[in-house]
Design a protein around this ligand. Sequence first.
Ligand SMILES: [Cu+2]
Length: 157
Amino acid sequence: MKRSLILTLLGVALLATACGGGETPATETTESTAPAVTKIELRSVGDQMKFNLSEIRVKAGQPVEITLVNEGVSELMKHNFVLVTNGSVQAVGTAAATAGEAMNYVPEMPEVIYASAMTGPGETITFTFDAPAPGTYQFVCTFPGHWALMNGTFIVE
Ligand SMILES: [Cu+2]
């Protein structure tokens, strides 16, 4: 009789300990099935023909989301983001002036992999594209006269 009472008390004590230890087991999964997105913020620096980044690194097979912030004030400070094959910044940049405003200053060339819209001073745009195959590429602003200063390396790892 006395022994069974002790066992009962022990059982209650164990139950209390088990409940106090936490209600949910540590098997919670918050994994998402959506692919990871590489998010990049690219800014033009003030009223200069200059990007804040000289190099962008992304992962192959992932979408790239770029927020392009145009910090300019002058009407001449229109900027875009054009992804081109390595070594073609000058060719694309000079052809862009010929392409003109009707083409949004983006020439139709195989060297052009992706082109964003053109931003005016004070504008911010966000766009997404799939990272190309692993390798080295370049990005450039194709507004006339900007390509020589506004370009950088784009690496897909
Ligand atoms: Cu520009």
